[in-house]
Design a protein around this ligand. Structure first.
Ligand SMILES: Cc1cc2nc3c(=O)[nH]c(=O)nc-3n(C[C@H](O)[C@H](O)[C@H](O)COP(=O)(O)O)c2cc1C
Length: 217
């Protein structure tokens, strides 16, 4: 016999970031590589819209999602020209304790998010958390430019040798930067196996408070 059920997002908190933290916490506990990915869409003059997967770095002190990039990337240029972005996370097969004992798949979207570049004074702290491979990429890999692979590899290997011989940490290059995002809406979708999804959408009111309602999937 066919079965159908409807997922339920239970007891959702007043602040969307509280639910987001619960979901990310559940994801971090089962993640094997320690990375959480999000898909970032920007407005692009040539293509209309352009999206890519990037690493979710964490939250700022004021609970905004942080994204790290380089000033020479296309996405940086897109954001400079138009700060409006869309962000989507897919976080499968999670047990979120506030949401009952059964695993479910979650999608979290930031709708109408506005990117704000972090001040220079905050960037060193994020740079110091970068993997060495990411730091080296930021120095010598010209994102999006056609390259001769063998030349780039030789440049990398030489850079690594010089770095190891120096015994000093790499300084943050001027191109390294980060953004945080403020959203007009946070949209949470939950669906267990064989279930029709439930969604809860938080809409930012004129007074800055969030109005949360179930919305149909
Ligand atoms: C797993 C993964 C994580 C990534 N994380 C980042 C990131 O945090 N920042 C970034 O600028 N690019 C990151 N990238 C690269 C982007 O997906 C993209 O290729 C790059 O930013 C250039 O995009 P653009 O040409 O649209 O600017 C990541 C790619 C993958 C596959």
């Amino acid at each position: 016999m066919s079965q159908s059920a409807v997922a339920h997002i239970e007891n959702f908190p007043c602040e969307p970031v509280t639910l987001f933290k619960q979901i990310i916490d559940a994801f971090s506990k089962k993640s094997t590589d320690g990375f959480t990915l999000m898909n970032l869409a920007t407005v692009d003059e040539e293509f209309g819209v352009l999206n890519r997967n990037v690493i979710y770095r964490g939250l700022s002190e004021d609970d905004c999602i942080i994204y790290v990039t380089q000033r020479f990337t296309r996405n940086y240029k897109n954001i400079q020209a138009n700060a409006k972005c869309g962000i989507a996370f897919y976080l499968p097969n999670l047990v979120v304790p506030s949401q009952g004992p059964n695993p479910a798949n979650w999608q979290v979207r930031l709708i109408g998010a506005t990117a704000e570049e972090l001040p220079d004074s905050q960037l060193d702290a994020w740079w110091e958390k970068e993997l060495l491979s990411s730091q080296i990429r930021d120095y010598i890999f010209p994102c999006g430019q056609p390259v001769n692979y063998d030349e780039l590899l030789a440049k990398h290997d030489q850079f690594l040798r010089d770095y190891l011989a120096s015994g000093r940490p790499l300084k943050r290059p001027a191109t390294y930067t980060a953004f945080k995002f403020r959203a007009q809406r946070w949209d949470f979708l939950k669906a267990g196996s064989g279930q029709i999804a439930d969604r809860v959408q938080y809409r930012c009111q004129q007074n800055g408070e969030w109005l949360a309602t179930h919305v149909s999937t």
